[in-house]
Design a protein around this ligand. Structure first.
Ligand code: LLP
Length: 422
């Protein structure tokens, strides 16, 4: 559930008219709903309450400080994958002792920064990284807290570019290597083994991969403990799917049902790293039609949001619902079927690439120059992956709270485009 809805023939975010925001701030414009963010976080908190998890909102999904501050105030912690993300969560006022630090390529500088900020644990992906953490920790006279990232070889059936828990991906290590490294940690006073980590892919629309993963995790924890490790944490990463099309996603409670009992039996603390589940449907991208044209037997709707604003369709063939902000035809429940009064169109942006589209062959009502269009489910991996390609200033971002709103990132200017160049 989210708080974007049509009322009196136009789109609202909570009690705020989207058309008013577009008039005030221009387009392309990202609009976020605070109520939706909190609703999704609460769903996970409640579903997993029995094991009192540490929820580490995955900053990579949407790293805007305005969003991080909402998450922090609501009791979420954070999953970071770079020094830059750690800097952001500090700016948001987070308690860094609950932050987990992931990623296959942490530099010495990033490791030092994380140790200085007493992060809860590093999700370690290789022996070389373990050595680096030990070395940097020793130079500071502290102990490096680590979780070994397992590659459980589970197929989570996600897009080839977002699957991470299968053999052959660059992430994690197999169980045999994790056991070897665990021995190494035991013998090394510069390190302590806090737990094990997994992340299976994203988005995952079924619970089975998690059910299989948590069992593997519990087995490994039991073996580590038998060898004398004080292994307390199981971190199952992120990846919970969301409704991009219709109601295809599972509620948080479905994931909890398969995860919680095994974590309880293992006597472990649970960490999770949800990103998309929290922010994906808490954000939309508003754009404006510049031109329409018919060519090659097709209708093209050319609007002012492009692959530099939202790269997911171009990069992962991702599906995002698209509908006018003030539609002449009521919004359908199924955006993939033929819609009466509508015509299939390619919704494209101004960037000079054929891959620059938000949708292909999408049923849409007639649209005219200046009309506002909404691309839904754009809160996760939208602005976070935006670029200045074609020297396009990045969009403005607005956070709505009821009938109030705050600009959480102003629109970039042409001067911003060259500000770092000498
Ligand atoms: N933890 C780790 C270790 C991850 O690699 C990721 C995402 C997450 C947590 C958060 O996953 P989430 O809960 O948001 O699904 N750009 C792609 C998604 C890439 C995901 C990368 N890792 C997209 O737009 O679909």
């Amino acid at each position: 559930m989210d708080f974007f809805h049509y009322q009196n023939g136009e789109l609202y975010c909570e009690e705020t008219r989207i058309a008013d925001l577009a008039a005030q701030y221009g387009t392309p414009l990202y609009v976020y709903s605070k109520r939706t963010l909190l609703h999704h976080l609460t769903q996970i908190q409640q579903a997993f309450a029995a094991v009192d998890p540490v929820l580490c909102y995955s900053v990579k999904a949407n790293s805007n400080l305005g969003i991080l501050k909402v998450m922090n105030a609501a009791g979420s912690s954070f999953d970071v994958v770079s020094g830059g993300e750690l800097y952001r969560v500090k700016q948001a006022g987070a308690d860094t002792s609950k932050v987990v630090f992931a990623g296959v390529g942490k530099t010495d500088e990033e490791i030092a920064f994380a140790l200085d900020n007493h992060v809860l644990m590093f999700n370690v992906e290789s022996e070389a990284e373990l050595d680096a953490i030990a070395r940097v920790a020793a130079s500071k006279g502290v102990v490096g807290p680590v979780a070994l990232r397992l590659n459980p070889d589970i197929d989570a059936k996600t897009h080839a570019k977002t699957t991470t828990g299968k053999k052959g991906n660059k992430f994690g290590m197999d169980i045999e290597r994790a056991e070897q490294l665990a021995e190494k940690v035991l013998a090394d006073p510069r390190l302590s083994l806090r737990g094990i980590h997994m992340h299976l892919g994203s988005p995952i629309l079924t619970t089975e991969p998690y059910a299989a993963a948590v069992v593997k995790a519990a087995e490994v924890v039991a073996r580590f403990r038998a060898r004398g490790h004080d292994t307390r944490w199981i971190n199952l990463g992120g990846g919970f799917g969301i409704n991009y099309r219709q109601q295809e996603a599972k509620p948080a409670s479905a994931y909890a049902d398969v995860i919680v009992p095994t974590v309880q039996q293992a006597g472990c603390r649970l960490a999770l790293e949800p990103g998309r589940f929290i922010v994906g449907n808490a954000g939309v991208l508003i754009s404006q039609v510049i031109f329409t044209k018919r060519e090659g037997g097709k209708l093209f709707v050319i609007q002012d949001a492009a692959m530099n604003d939202l790269v997911r369709p171009a990069m992962y063939d991702a599906f995002h619902r698209i509908w006018p902000v003030q539609p002449r035809v009521p919004a359908p429940t199924n955006y993939e079927a033929e819609i009466p009064g509508c015509e299939p169109a390619d919704v494209v942006g101004p960037v000079c690439e054929s891959g620059d589209y938000l949708a292909k062959g999408r049923w849409l009502p007639p649209l005219e120059r200046g009309e506002l269009v909404c691309t839904f489910s754009a809160g996760a991996y939208g602005m976070a992956m935006a670029s200045n390609y074609n020297s396009r200033p990045r969009a403005c971002e607005v956070l709505v709270d009821g009938n109030q709103h705050t600009v959480v990132r102003r629109r970039e200017t042409y001067a911003d485009l060259v500000a770092h160049e000498m």
